[in-house]
Design a protein around this ligand. Sequence first.
Ligand SMILES: Cc1ncc(COP(=O)(O)O)c(C=O)c1O
Length: 386
Amino acid sequence: MKHDFDRIIERTGTHALKWDGRARQFGTEDVLPLWVADMDFAAAPAIVQALQARAAHPVYGYTTRPDSLSEAIAQWMESRHDWTIEPNGVLWAPGVVPSLHAAVLAFSAPGDGVIVQPPIYPPFFSAVTTTGRRLVENPLVYDRGAYRLDLEHLEACAREARMLLLCSPHNPVGRVWSEEELRSLLDIARRHGLSVVSDEIHHDLVYPGRRHTPTAKLAAAHEVVTLAAPSKTFNIAGLGISALIVPDAQQRTALEQSFAQLHLSANHPFSIAACEAAYRHGSAWLDDLLAYLTETRDDTLDFIAQRLPRIKAITPQGTCLLWLDCRAMSMSDSALQDFFVHRARVGLSPGAAFGSAGRGFMRLNLGAPRAIVREALERIEAALAG
Ligand SMILES: Cc1ncc(COP(=O)(O)O)c(C=O)c1O
């Protein structure tokens, strides 16, 4: 492996949310932080070089999005996901969460129902509630240690909704939806005239044996808007850039109006330089990252199965996240958080933040040098024994 993911890079003192935000998040600095979904790895050399080159030019004014940026993401989709997209159909934004909000504003009206499938990344809830839309929840089914879509209940939800916010692959449970599942979901959406917005930010982080299917590849042009970004793939979330893939011209206009209304119409020049470099030159780095994450995932699953009998890990098919069923610990959510923070000294994301379906669960971020993940697991083991 050419790239060194074992290297421990000190992030404290860089205003890193994951590290410097510990006191605020957990009430103590004394935790190994495996919470917010960025990784403790250096970015690909091509990205660092592109940023250095851009920084070397000393004028940092308002910056346009060059056509070459949309061409770069189109090439990426073609080569990594076997998906042909039209560069003219790509809009750029400062993030996927702002894009979720913009899409809700563009494709629904106050009071309309918007379907989300918990447990789910918390901004899916707030994108609906803060815009005055109505949450329609279609919880995933958790059955024998695995999650699936509840297609029957989705049909009922679709009758009272205008939109569906899909997370594919799914944060926090790590499912990579199969083509068959996506086709069934799209059939329901079509029958009920739902707009589908598919957040595919984790699409490049998929483990061997599974393949990500872009939802839009299975649908007509106007049926699906895809949200994508280099931020999870290349660990550049702090740079703030994402894409919306919108084949339908009317939908593009509606989205552009939403962004204009929110005054989110530009990108930071550094984000543009990094994003294009990532998509053009980041493939080999990503392959190394995936090999590293796969080994970390497998080691972690073994450790938990053998040494943490009261915790059950849900095997992720994608994402760098690991969803832990801690219900056998028989603790309330606040006691569980207290146990991990103060007894184990490990900072995880509490499952209850992902909706009531996440109560009794915790989310652990595997995106760190293996020695750190290992130390976190040993701390949990010691706390459970003590
Ligand atoms: C499903 C999902 N969407 C969006 C984001 C964040 O996107 P952004 O930082 O571009 O707003 C995350 C980050 O964890 C995520 O997991």
